[in-house]
Every structure is written in structure tokens, then in C-alpha cells.
Unconditional design. Sequence first.
Length: 323
Amino acid sequence: MIPFFVVDRPASLEILKGLFFKYPNLKFGLMTHINVSPKFTELYKSFPYKTPLKYFDDEINEKKLNRIVKKNIIKISDSGAFQKNGDLLPYKILFQKYVSLGVHYGIINDVLHDKDQTLKSAEEAIIVYEESFKGKFKLLGVAQGKTIDEYVECYQILLDLGYKYIAIGGLLKRNGNSNYVRVRNEKLLINVVKTIQEEFKPKNLFTLGVYHPKRHKLLEELRVWGADYKGWLFSYDEFYRNSMKYLEDTGKINKNIKNTYQKFLKYKLNYLNKKTSNSREKYWKARKKLDEELRKIGLSLQELRYREIRESLEKNIISQMNH
């Protein structure tokens, strides 16, 4: 089971490069969308070559590892239409953006839980793909539906249209008005995937948006090839308690940093409770001051964040991939 890390910022690629270099023989995925900057587009296309390697302690041959990691990275993009302010682009424009990103797989425009509209889009997509983009990337269709029967019917028609690669979408729902999503029905996820596997025996089945470390074993048991993971950037202690404890245990922290860190905690908690502009300003000033103090001993808040995220991913994901 390959986890696909959702990325759309250069810093995300920098964090992951350090992780991938530590485990160069494992296969990982990167998933992005077309609404990214020109700078990120170039970094994504060339990854890992033009992405700086930050906060990596092992002595390595970076040129050699770049080649190894590049072979083991699978890149996917979608249209970003489900994002806030996302637009549906004509397929010729969308597919050209996929080419610019250098993806292995480009996802069609699907319509959440709507089999018929998704199939209508899929018909248009494969015509444009066959005419102008075949061989430049692999076109990834999406099965949508409200019931298991609808998913099966949608999957079959996509095959009839000529799709060789098909993902399962529509398994998420938004938490209220937030930007966070979760699997809308775990039982539906299991039953849809099992039915698709039994009916069609796909080689590389991708499930959109459903990856979580707690679901890794389940997805392996369901013989899912890959699934994307959006929440990985928040899988660490955002109060830096782990890092501060490590610095204290190793004697690298001084009294000034301790005091500055306590103020940082105080103002961050105050901001999280009040969410006012004044509390936010005080928090960011305390954060900047802590960063300044850490830089005096050769560290930074960015380094602590990078290291904590990597450690969290090693503990929660890599350990399961190596099992």
C-alpha cells in the first residue's frame, strides 16, 4: 500500500525529501493539484532534484539518492476543483497543466456522488486524452456513486469507455464548515472496495482521500494500491514539546530559551482560546522571539518542525510499510 502525500508548497517537498532519503528503497506517492505556483510546478516536476535537502544528518551521495528516489516516487495530480475557489478547466488546458507538472497519473473531473455527471465528464476526458495527450501521462478515471451498485455500474462503464486506470472517489465528507474531511462511512468504504476488487480485480486500485495511518492496515487488507493523505503536515506536536524535551535532555537548551519558550506557550494557548487579532499579534511576536533564540544555538523553529513531522511519519507510517 503506497501512501500519497498531498503537497502544494515547497516546504512540504523539503520535509518529504529528508524522509524519502532515509528510506530510498520504499515507494512513496506525491499528490498535488493544478492551482499551484509556477515555482512549485517546476519543483514538483523535477523532484527530488531541485528541492533542497534540509536538516538531514547522514552522510550521503545526494546525486545517487536523487536518482534512486526519483524512480520510486509516483506523482498524481487532480484539477483542484473541489478546493475553495477551484475552477473546472476545459480538458485541453487541464491536461496541459498535468504535463507541466510531470505527473504519472492525471485525474479526470468527477462530480461528488454523481455517477451520471461523472461519466459524462469521463466521456469528454478520454476523447481529448486520446486525441492529444496519450502517452504523456496515464489518465485516471474516477468511479462515483451513492450506493455500491452505482459504484459498480460506474466502474464498468469507465472500463467500457477505455479507461485502464480507475480510482474510487466520493468516500469523504466535510466536517461542518471546516476544511477538514473524513471518511463518510467506513462500512461503505470497505464494501465498495471489496466489491470492486471481486468484480473487476484491478491491478492498481486507488482510493481518493482516505489514507490515514490508522487505516493503513485496513487498506493493505483490502489490497488497495494507493491512497492520498492530506493531514500529514499536522501529524506532530505543534507546541514543540518533544523538541524542547530533547534539547533539555541533551543539555542544548539554556535558561533564556526556556523562558522564551514558556512565553511562546502562554501566548499560543491564549490565541487559540480567544482568536482575536491582539492575541494573534502577541503569539506571533513570541514565536518570532523563540525562533531568534533558537537560531543563536544553530537551530530554528522550522528545523524543529521538519524533524518532528519526519519522526511522526516514521513512527506512524514507515513502521507499517516495513512490517
